[in-house]
Design a protein around this ligand. Structure first.
Ligand SMILES: Cc1cc2nc3c(=O)[nH]c(=O)nc-3n(C[C@H](O)[C@H](O)[C@H](O)COP(=O)(O)O)c2cc1C
Length: 195
């Protein structure tokens, strides 16, 4: 199926055995099934220092931040699997968003070039019963306020230690389908918006 959507997929966790890396890869498969081109990003490969305005003033944006910004700019859709830490966003994800919101040389201040006009779908999973649902509200609010259209569709998978099989897929067929459908939906919406 032809689809022009370019989608960047990433988890807000660098943990090697992250449940969110598994989750976002399922959604990425759904987007690919719809014909989209998906790039998977692992933040373990792109470490960024804790945001510090003095560091930025002295050294500019670190190379890995520029690389993240470039990835964001070259994709129209974002698939984000967001762990919930104390009912909110992880520091890793917030830090990456904060860095990417800063202008690079030649960009006007507050232009938010990485975020404006992007379309995102959120998902979460957790060992707990709510599946990280509460954290998604915060991520939705942050992204919306910097110009990202966050689709209402989202999924939170509870009981993470039992939910995934050895291949990283969800044991429950309905859950697996719902996450695949998230990627499919994003691919379709992005293709329509870009078309
Ligand atoms: C600092 C911290 C705070 C956490 N807070 C919550 C929480 O509020 N709700 C929840 O469901 N799980 C919470 N957890 C558990 C995470 O959901 C769990 O560690 C999950 O595996 C993180 O995602 P990952 O596997 O992709 O790294 C927390 C974990 C940490 C380390």
């Amino acid at each position: 199926m032809a689809n022009s959507a370019k989608i960047l997929a990433f988890a807000g966790s660098a943990r090697q055995d992250s449940f969110h890396k598994k989750l976002v890869k399922i959604a990425a498969q759904g987007a690919e099934n719809a014909g989209a081109t998906v790039t998977y990003l692992d933040f373990r490969d792109l470490p960024m220092p804790l945001y510090d305005q003095d560091l930025e003033a002295e050294q500019g944006l670190p190379d890995n931040v520029l690389q993240f910004k470039s990835l964001l700019k070259s994709h129209q859709g974002l698939l984000l699997a967001c762990p919930e830490y104390n009912s909110s966003i992880t520091p890793l994800l917030k830090n990456a968003i904060d860095w990417a919101s800063r202008p690079e040389p030649g960009e006007p201040p507050l232009s938010l070039t990485c975020f404006k006009g992007k379309t995102a779908v959120l998902m979460s999973t957790s060992p707990g019963g709510l599946g990280g649902l509460r954290g998604l509200n915060h991520v939705r609010s942050i992204l919306s306020s910097i110009g990202v259209l966050v689709l209402p569709d989202q999924t939170s998978i509870p009981n993470a230690y039992q939910a995934y099989d050895d291949g990283g897929n969800l044991r429950d067929e309905e859950q697996q389908k719902s996450v695949l459908a998230l990627g499919h939906k994003l691919a379709q919406v992005v293709a329509k918006l870009e078309g």
